[in-house]
Ligand binder design. Sequence first.
Ligand SMILES: Nc1nc2c(ncn2[C@@H]2O[C@H](COP(=O)(O)OP(=O)(O)OP(=O)(O)O)[C@@H](O)[C@H]2O)c(=O)[nH]1
Ligand SMILES: [Zn+2]
Ligand SMILES: [Zn+2]
Length: 416
Amino acid sequence: MTTVICPYCFDRAPAAKLPYRCLMTPSGVRGGAPCGPERDDVWAGFMGPSVPPAARMRGPVFLPARGVAALAAGVRGGGSSVSCPGCGVTTPVRVCRSCHSDLPSDYCDQDSRIIALVGAKASGKSTYVSVLVNELNQRVGQSYQAVLAAMGQSTQQRDKEMAEDLYDRLRLPDATRPAALGFNDPLLYRLSVPRRSRMGSGTRHTTLVFFDAAGEDLAGAEAMDRYTRYLSAADGIVLLVDPLQLGSVRDRLPVHDGPPLPVVETPPRQIAADLAAQLRAHGKGGSRGRVSTPIAVAVTKSDMLKPLLDPHSPLLANAPHTGGAFDEDGRLAVHEEIRSLMADWDAGALVRQLELDFAELSLFGLSALGAPPPADAPADVPKSGPRPVRVEDPLLWLLVRRGLLPVRSAGKGRVK
Ligand SMILES: Nc1nc2c(ncn2[C@@H]2O[C@H](COP(=O)(O)OP(=O)(O)OP(=O)(O)O)[C@@H](O)[C@H]2O)c(=O)[nH]1
Ligand SMILES: [Zn+2]
Ligand SMILES: [Zn+2]
């Protein structure tokens, strides 16, 4: 049975139980009058007072007769259209039963996995997501025979605009824009990977939902209800840590010719503690007081750390992904390297906090750009374009944890 998690309110429902929305299209059949709009108070209530009264009038929402829904849900490949009981015209549009948000047409054909992305302001979230999507569709996708397709118009549009900026115009995301990925704009993708089993080969599809939670919004009792629901629905968390936010890293870096260091925001240790507190308060505290949700903590902008690294550091080159399997030994090497770097940073407070709070923790280091932005043009991508290093590791590790990708450990000489 396919379980769908609404990317807007995080309600979890079996796909077959999701209502449909009539598109109010004329049937073309003589005498067949199309449905008229109805007030959708459920949706309007969810969206809040900013929705003008006229926009509350929408196509009627209906639950198909039982047998029909089961039949439609059984049809593979997105062919699940049903006839509206009001006008008889078929509609493929599914809505969330709890908030009545429309779901992209192919959203309900596979299970959903929510990946929460958390990071302080300017920690590199937008750049990371765009470069990650690009890598998953190119180098990494090729290794795993995987495809990542944007779902729904708003994700497709955002991807296109960000890619044009980063790869064609060589511009960094605009710092003055409002929150990069607002809460009403989760990024929705369908990840398709080959499925090999004794039953033969096929393809496994998973819906990936990315959200950006600005770390500073997680603090204290004011944390919105929605953040909390989002975090507790998450299958995995990627926490981005900007090393330039850590006093001891800033002090240790040689005087460099890159752009000026960013202003200090909420300390990463505070974000990690708030995150754990939120998750614990919502039933994610496992035994021994640690949170059970897997968390990938990634130090971003690793290109800036080069002066602190050994020339053979595993942080300086991408994982090989040989044979379409995740390199577990490489991950461990990166984890240890970041762990020992962090032990020196602010007396190891962040890593201590993380290890006390999270049961499944892996540390990563990545650079979305591969080099600092040019000193004379700090709003630009380096002239050579983004040359990402290890940008895919945190997400791949989370997918491996969920059994969605094969893993290889040379020490044990096996692929799982
Ligand atoms: N050196 C280096 N700097 C980076 C990298 N990625 C991002 N940056 C810098 O970090 C800044 C912020 O990046 P964004 O991707 O906008 O960060 P964000 O977390 O989405 O920012 P907000 O949405 O404003 O919170 C960029 O303008 C760059 O200056 C990287 O890989 N290396
Ligand atoms: Zn919903
Ligand atoms: Zn109708």
